[in-house]
Design a binder for this molecule. Sequence first.
Ligand code: IPM
Ligand code: MN
Length: 352
Amino acid sequence: MGKSYRVAVVPGDGTGPEVIAEGLKVLKAASAKYGFKLNLSHYDLGGERYKRTGEILSDETIEELRKFDAIYLGAIGHPDVKAGILEKGILLKLRFALDQYINLRPVKLYAGVDTPLKDKKPEDIDFVVVRENTEGLYAGAGGFLKKGTADEIATQESINTRKGVERCVRFAFEYCRKRNKAKKLTLCGKTNVLTYAFDLWERTFYEVAREYPDIKTEYAHVDATSMWMIKNPEWFDVIVTDNLFGDIITDLGAMIQGGMGIAAGGNINPEGVSMFEPIGGSAPKYTGLNVVNPLAAIMAGQMMLETLGEETAAAAIEKAVMKVVAEKTKSMSAGQMGYSTSEVGSLVAGLI
Ligand code: IPM
Ligand code: MN
């Protein structure tokens, strides 16, 4: 008898429910084939619920979510709700409360997917970004003084703790070793300007590096990293960076791997409950049209299985996705796949 996992499903806003439905279709096919069980509990969180009830995310819900083996999330963000309310109130609150201190974002070009980078092939674009996920400029430190006056002051401070930085860096070294490809870890920072925050990062990085003599280390400023991701993406194996830089370079990464339609990520707490999501967002203009690409959500489900320890099933999902993008879909963009959202989900599920 296979194992059984309790998964909280949060379809969320916009196209979130549509892509999560396809992800679940694929996960169900995998569970039937590989003999593990998924006990799903749906949670209604997001902009619609907030508009209806005024509730964003209660402490009780967080306590309930803590008890699951994983969380499968669609998208959070609603055009009628002021920017920041749902993002901070749901997505960031969950990442922080569940101490999901790693945001793991693979950047991998599959054969048959178009990249805007001329002459770059699948073997050139295959790296993973380990983004710190609970600190930095996202910690919410700062505030206003004399708001709304001519003398207004706004501050926003980047919080970097030795513990927070070290556990992230350590995860990246371990991940790089386990991935076992080029075995090269790049620290992406800005030591030439952010001389406190990235001084701590750099010292921590090279101290921890001594415990990993098999891993090559390298440092790159974030601006240069952005340049090289376009010019020489093949230089990267694993990149570790802070929260904001990780946010920015993974959108860039999503574009070079073919777009938001295929980019997935995991908010990982290696000692607790992790949460998996397509990184694209709620895409309100496509809501309900059955045109968005569900592959990012499907790959988020794939990462979830891998993290839960169902590695064979996870590998089967990736293989199925690779076959669908190589042989079926015309594009990764909404409305241009040559298939509807639900058809793409069925194509992948059918290959499991
Ligand atoms: C992401 C998103 C979030 C972030 C937003 C929605 C708060 O852009 O997951 O990358 O900045 O982390
Ligand atoms: Mn982002």
